[in-house]
Design a protein around this ligand. Structure first.
Ligand SMILES: [Zn+2]
Length: 511
């Protein structure tokens, strides 16, 4: 069975911002981990291209919506390549085969008698593509998120009978694994307890969308269309693409990783739509928090938006990944602080891990003819071997429950313990005493071996740094051997060559 993980399908209003980079990096880390653990992974990302907002943005630019979408979608695609994101599918909701899957899905929902024509009246935010509750309580008639005026709508729409699924959704969201973290689950339980209302799934007067079969002036509501991108993506590269093909080739998704602002769509509307179509529900919806900068909300009007392109070109992939994975607890809000970023990269990656690799390979090369020490026999009963076994176990336990920051900290702890082992034993003093040579050989072997395991553990987190570490040890990851096996103690080849050291990470300066 495949492991299916998805980022949200990003809205093509603008190029990717730091929040989208964050979500995508987290998904990438989980996808890489699952592949290393032997799973067949389908990692889906892509773009949500329809709707009134896109239509208007294109008009403002004086171009066709399709042209606008082509431009921005390309930027997203190239961006993820630049960030070394290992996605398997990149779905565009303006593609023909996606339209086909939407139509097939709609037919199923219609056959379940879950569609009817009604009148949709209410205050609408074009930015959110969502009707807003109780705007009469607000004196301004503005969207609290976008701070833009709401628009009054009164039109004939097709409706989906969400209310019919009240009981099933109540049961679903109570399941402990379905919505994480728990704070998010409680928000949804509270929302559902107020009673689910049917929602409209078509629009008139929006030409930039998928036409609803049998209703000439209606297009599908952008969310109804976009959520189905997760399904159509699965069969996007197949011949004879279809809904059935997507179902057979991987559905349901194991995880939808999303921002907390779109949780309601994923944890309530989407499962009900799937039940109606006779399809399986995703196993988990993981809502992450928002990112701020130096404690402040980022926004165009505030002029403090952090450009991820700039971060990438200035610092490279690994430092940004490390900060986002290790410093932010998945599910909580996070803050990007420049000084903190510099401190963390210097302490963790340059001083602790980089320095460990550097000093150890240097000693070994100097004392043992540019090689790993030639010891009699590898001992797996020593302090470092024990630290390493424990770190590997904890790391896997944490990763399996998506505590990525804690998994990252396990790697760091192992590096700290390895440095301590060196400092406690001081091989640079012992080497002066000829009789201590066997002991020094064993110590250096242990430290090199521990460093090899640190490098391998970094593989899903920091793929580029990981391979640099292992190249320096003359011991690279082997594709044909299970990763977990390679994490066992004692596999560094005795008396093998150690390449000339090159710096693996540069220290950063404060701005
Ligand atoms: Zn809004």
């Amino acid at each position: 069975m495949s492991f299916v993980i998805t980022t949200p399908l990003y809205y093509v209003n603008d190029k990717p911002h730091l929040g989208s980079v964050y979500t995508t990096i987290i998904c990438d880390t989980i996808a890489r981990y699952k592949r290393l653990m032997g799973k067949e992974v389908i990692f889906i990302t892509g773009v949500d291209e329809h709707g009134l907002k896109i239509q208007r943005t294109a008009i403002e630019k004086g171009i066709e919506p399709k042209k606008h979408c082509d431009e921005i979608s390309k930027i997203f695609f190239i961006n993820w390549k630049n960030w070394n994101i290992s996605f398997d599918k990149f779905i565009r909701t303006s593609s023909k085969h996606h339209e086909l899957v939407v139509n097939e899905f709609y037919k199923r929902v219609k056959n379940s008698d879950d569609i009817y024509m009604g009148i949709q009246k209410g205050w609408y935010c074009v930015g959110c593509e969502e009707f807003k509750d109780n705007p009469e309580n607000s004196a301004t008639y503005k969207c609290p998120i976008h701070q833009k005026n709401l628009e009054w709508k009164n039109e004939e729409n097709l409706f989906f009978k969400l209310s019919k699924y009240q009981k099933q959704i109540e049961l679903l969201i109570k399941e402990p694994d379905f919505i994480e973290p728990i704070e998010r689950r409680n928000e949804i339980i509270n929302f559902v307890s107020k009673g689910l209302r049917d929602f409209s799934i078509s629009r008139t007067n929006v030409s930039w969308g998928i036409p609803v079969p049998g209703h000439s002036n209606h297009t599908f509501y952008v969310w109804f269309d976009a959520l189905l991108g997760y399904v159509s993506a699965i069969s996007s590269n197949s011949t004879n693409q279809s809904l059935d093909k997507s179902i057979n080739e991987g559905w349901p998704a194991n995880i939808h990783l999303i921002g907390k602002d779109i949780l309601r769509f994923h944890a309530v509307y989407w499962p009900a739509m799937l039940i109606s179509a006779g399809m399986k529900i995703p196993n988990k919806v993981l809502g992450h928090g928002f990112l701020t900068r130096e404690g402040q909300k980022m926004g165009k009007s505030l002029g403090n938006v952090l450009d991820p392109d700039l971060l990438l070109s200035k610092y490279g992939n690994d430092p940004v990944r490390w900060y986002l994975i290790k410093d932010i607890t998945l599910g909580n809000d996070g803050d990007f602080q420049n000084r903190r970023f510099v401190d963390i990269i210097n302490n963790d990656l340059a001083n602790t891990i980089g320095n460990l690799l550097n000093r150890t390979t240097s000693m070994s090369r100097k004392w043992f003819d540019n090689k790993v020490p030639n010891i009699e026999k590898v001992s797996s009963e020593n302090k470092l071997a024990n630290h390493s076994k424990l770190a590997v176990q904890n790391y896997i336990d944490k990763f399996n429950i998506y505590k990525l920051d804690q998994a990252a900290n396990e790697v760091l702890s192992l590096a700290i313990n390895t440095n301590l082992y060196l400092n406690d034993n001081q091989p640079w003093l012992l080497i002066k005493d000829k009789s201590k040579l066997p002991l020094v050989k064993e110590m250096i072997y242990n430290v090199l071996e521990s460093t090899r395991i640190i490098g391998l553990l970094l593989l899903p987190l920091l793929p580029e740094l990981s391979s640099k570490i292992n190249v320096q040890l003359g011991s690279t990851y082997q594709n044909d051997v299970p990763w977990e096996k390679q994490l066992r103690w004692g596999l560094l080849t005795i008396n093998s060559n150690l390449p000339k050291p090159t710096p693996i990470i540069n220290k950063l300066e404060y701005e």
